[in-house]
Ligand binder design. Structure first.
Ligand SMILES: NC(=O)c1ccc[n+]([C@@H]2O[C@H](COP(=O)([O-])OP(=O)(O)OC[C@H]3O[C@@H](n4cnc5c(N)ncnc54)[C@H](OP(=O)(O)O)[C@@H]3O)[C@@H](O)[C@H]2O)c1
Length: 160
């Protein structure tokens, strides 16, 4: 099973605001996210799920919360109490690939375990207090996938 992470990062490292507000709206980037993740399980922190407000269609949504009694209000959404438990759950389903989709707290834990990262580098700075962790480029084989007007997409594959 390939454990992948997908993220959009502004030029100043910002990925979001802790009050859950959307920091930018780039339709093409949302389309890239949808096309890449469609059909695969997606894993996210409880705060990211709440900022989405509802599950994303066409993908098994798995929410990570320390609260064992957390209810999403959607019976098709799975809740697990750690990143590792969520990954192991996907292994038990024999998923070919899964995507960790944020947010900041989850990315911090995921960056050391994922096999691959699909990163949209936005071509602008953004307001916000949540940043992506520092990436050590020496640990990754880096390939540019696509250039768009407002962002570039790179694939990072972990070496070894
Ligand atoms: N730019 C992007 O690509 C992108 C992608 C996704 C999200 N975002 C942004 O990121 C922001 C949200 O990020 P965030 O850091 O505030 O929150 P988050 O990572 O989405 O969620 C944090 C929550 O996840 C749960 N959690 C974290 N680690 C856990 C662990 N080890 N075990 C069990 N549960 C754990 C906890 O839930 P409980 O408190 O319930 O225990 C914690 O409060 C939003 O602004 C969103 O828009 C940006």
């Amino acid at each position: 099973m390939i454990v992948s992470l997908i993220v959009a990062i502004a030029q100043n490292g910002v990925i979001g605001k802790s009050n859950g507000e959307i920091t930018w709206h780039v339709k093409e980037e949302f389309q890239h996210f949808k096309k890449t993740t469609f059909g695969f399980p997606i894993l996210m922190g409880r705060k990211t799920f709440e900022s989405l407000g509802k599950p994303l269609k066409g993908r098994l949504n798995i929410v990570i919360s320390r609260n064992k009694f957390y209810k999403t209000g959607f019976e098709e959404v799975i809740v697990r109490s750690s990143l590792n438990e969520a990954i192991e759950y996907c292994r038990s389903l024999n998923s070919e690939k899964i995507f960790i989709i944020g947010g900041g707290e989850i990315y911090k834990q995921a960056i050391s375990v994922v096999d691959e990262m699909i990163i949209s580098f936005m071509k602008f700075d953004a307001d916000g207090d949540i940043k992506f962790p520092i990436i050590n480029n020496d640990e990754w084989r880096i390939e540019k996938i696509k250039d768009h007007e407002l962002f570039e997409v790179f694939r990072y594959e972990r070496k070894n």
